[in-house]
Write a protein that binds this ligand. Structure first.
Ligand SMILES: Cc1cc2nc3c(=O)[nH]c(=O)nc-3n(C[C@H](O)[C@H](O)[C@H](O)COP(=O)(O)OP(=O)(O)OC[C@H]3O[C@@H](n4cnc5c(N)ncnc54)[C@H](O)[C@@H]3O)c2cc1C
Length: 322
């Protein structure tokens, strides 16, 4: 059996590992932290191509992921489809609307718009609740014969020496491993709250004034911030207040939502998702830098990657023929 090591146990690493197993690879995951300690475990996580480049490629991956989630809808694994109001203006990239099945998206009527939003789409989109979905994926990985090793990788040389083939899914961790100057954090502070009666929506039309709410099975996530190059992992009360003020303006007028937890996460933002073989360590393939859309594109990246690996491990092919 062909052997591959996937480094990283967030949404990108887990989906990559599972699709490689399904393509008959023996897969080991090596990671500094298991899935429950990752950024992926902390977030919404709704299907929305937010802050990810290049857009065309991200849209392609997102389409594949959308179809995968359609097959996975189940309370037991945390996947559902929910109506989601997405604000747009003349500057917004709304290409993603064209990706959805026609029945799954329409323009919102005036009466459906949260206060302060002039134009929006209402779409049926996947929600993959990480607290249920990540353990579900990890269990599939283990049932498929996967092996998990906890290890902090220091550099590319160490990464490359792990196996015959290595896939780098370390998110923002790739900054240290690859000394990648194109990768930086985009700080997001969010509030996990008791459920509210306001509809799920996102308004990302104004940089620095991101506002959204994602209603989940037992709680909701209210956001957020989009601060570029900000490594601060502390909870900032000033951000909590900004988030609450924006959501109040959008329709939660009666009372403040009951906060269960304040959370900070750093989006692994890059000028373009790094999805390629390393130039110096030719057994290493990079799959990181998915910005604010890891859950939105993960299955698409994993599908494309597993096809590449089926090809290169076929004796007739090598990397240069791809
Ligand atoms: C506030 C916020 C809200 C978000 N909401 C959404 C949303 O609604 N929908 C959506 O699609 N996306 C959302 N995102 C983006 C999404 O969370 C990320 O794109 C995604 O989690 C990245 O996944 P990942 O697997 O690449 O990284 P991570 O989840 O960070 O996993 C990285 C893995 O690599 C390992 N690792 C790192 N460094 C090393 C090392 N040196 N050695 C060994 N292992 C290492 C880690 O231990 C971990 O296992 C949001 C992000 C934020 C911050």
């Amino acid at each position: 059996m062909k052997s591959v090591t996937v480094v990283g146990c967030g949404i990108i690493g887990l989906t990559t590992a599972i699709l490689l197993q399904e393509s008959n690879f023996k897969v080991t995951i090596v990671a500094k932290e298991r899935f429950d300690k990752t950024l992926s475990n902390k977030v919404g996580a709704i299907w929305f191509p937010f802050e990810i480049e290049p857009k065309e490629k991200a849209n392609y991956w997102a389409t594949i992921a959308y179809k995968q989630y359609q097959q996975e809808v189940n309370k037991e694994n945390g996947v559902s489809f929910i109506p989601f109001i997405t604000a747009y203006n003349e500057k917004s990239n709304t290409d993603w609307v064209k990706l959805l099945p026609k029945k799954a998206v329409r323009k919102a009527k005036g009466s459906e718009l949260p206060t302060g939003i002039d134009n929006a789409y209402i779409s049926e989109v996947p929600l993959a609740e990480p607290l249920v979905y990540l353990p579900y994926l990890f269990n599939i990985f283990i049932k498929n014969g996967g092996n998990f090793i906890e290890q902090d990788i220091q550099n590319l040389q160490e990464l490359s020496s792990l196996d015959k083939w290595v896939i780098n899914c370390t998110g923002l961790g790739a900054k240290k491993i690859c000394k990648d100057k194109h990768l930086h954090p985009m700080r997001g502070q969010i509030l996990r709250c008791k459920k509210t009666n306001i509809s799920s929506f996102a308004d990302s039309t104004k940089k620095g004034a991101l506002s959204y709410i994602i209603n989940r099975t037992t709680d909701c996530v209210i956001g957020g911030t989009d601060y570029e190059n900000d490594w601060n992992q502390n909870i900032e009360k000033s951000d909590t207040n900004l988030i609450l003020n924006r959501i109040k303006k959008a329709g939660l007028k009666d009372k403040s939502p009951e906060i269960l937890e304040e959370i900070v996460g750093l989006r692994p933002k890059r000028n373009a998702v790094r999805f390629e073989f390393d130039k110096n360590f030719s057994n290493v393939f990079h799959n990181y830098g998915h910005g604010g859309a890891g859950f939105t594109v993960a299955w698409g990246c994993a599908t494309e990657l597993s096809k590449i690996f089926i090809k290169i491990t076929d004796n007739k092919n090598n990397i240069s023929s791809l």
